[in-house]
Design a protein around this ligand. Structure first.
Ligand code: BTN
Length: 269
């Protein structure tokens, strides 16, 4: 008898959830957890102890989920929280586009899995109907001028209740269950995500970055809009023209064109 794997919308995923996954690099090893501090921290330990490129850490819940610019990432049960260990043989400059490529993969995976329109917001959020449903945190480590590892951490609001998010974040956020009106299968999303990530990472390694950035720009809702960018010691108001080959945002402010990297940006509105 064929047993169909059924997952609870808020129960931990396990290896059954990604049965049949066929990828080259990303997802050859996937560690599933029900509760961790942060999947990024576990992935970093794996990277530092010589773990294999493409290793993925997934958790059902995080107590110390980390977001961009030192913010906290609320990570209650029912969301999908994962980190991927990468070891690209490139310099620091080249890897600056990896977060954008990852958000492209995530946006495609969500659209493919749930047949729903998604867009990306610079630098690497995924939106549904203008509201954030997923975010990405990238951490890079160099050793003696060589790339040691890159950790791509992704947090996706799937079946976790949006009402548990802090008030200021809640009104700009959504989840897959809220957007589609029912709890959703996270195993299928994880399979599709690892598949798109693997495909695009291979494309990146083979010099396909510029084409992937074009695809990213086509899905981007920031380009062509008026933006306000909060930086550590300045605020830029202008019109977003596009991204350059490193993934930095080009903003026209008066007669000036300003180049903003994701490290400079605390908030974009
Ligand atoms: C953002 O601020 O938009 C980025 C959020 C990234 C959250 C993910 S959840 C999995 C991984 N582990 C963490 O502690 N953070 C990232």
């Amino acid at each position: 008898m064929n047993r169909v794997h059924e997952e609870g919308p808020r129960l931990p995923l396990d290896s059954e959830s990604i049965k049949g996954l066929r990828t080259r690099i990303i997802g050859n090893i996937v560690n599933f957890h029900s509760l961790v501090g942060s999947t990024d921290e576990l992935a970093k330990d794996i990277a530092l102890s010589g773990g294999e490129e493409g290793t993925v850490v997934v958790s059902n819940k995080q107590t110390e989920g980390m977001g961009r610019s030192g913010r906290r990432w609320e990570s209650s049960e029912g969301g999908l929280y994962l980190s991927v260990v990468l070891r690209p043989n490139t310099g620091r400059e080249e890897v600056s586009i990896l977060p954008l490529i990852s958000s492209l993969a995530l946006s495609k995976a969500i659209s493919t899995t749930y047949l729903i329109e998604t867009s990306v917001k610079w630098p690497n959020d995924v939106l549904i109907g203008g509201k954030k449903t997923a975010g990405i945190l990238t951490q890079t480590s160099m050793k003696d001028d060589e790339m040691e590892y890159v950790i791509i951490g992704m947090g996706i609001n799937v079946n976790n209740p949006i009402k548990e998010l802090p008030h200021d974040i809640r009104r700009k956020s959504t989840s897959l269950s809220e957007a589609t009106g029912k709890d959703q299968d996270r195993g299928e999303l994880l399979r599709n995500l690892l598949t798109f990530l693997d495909l695009h990472y291979q494309g990146f390694l083979q010099g396909g970055g510029p084409q992937l950035l074009e695809e990213w720009s086509d899905r981007c809702e920031t380009i062509g809009r008026a933006v306000r960018i909060q930086m550590i010691d300045d605020t830029i108001r202008g019109s977003a023209l596009g991204i350059d080959e490193t993934g930095a945002l080009m903003v026209k402010q008066g007669l000036d064109i300003i180049r903003i990297t994701s490290d400079d940006c605390i908030h974009l509105r």
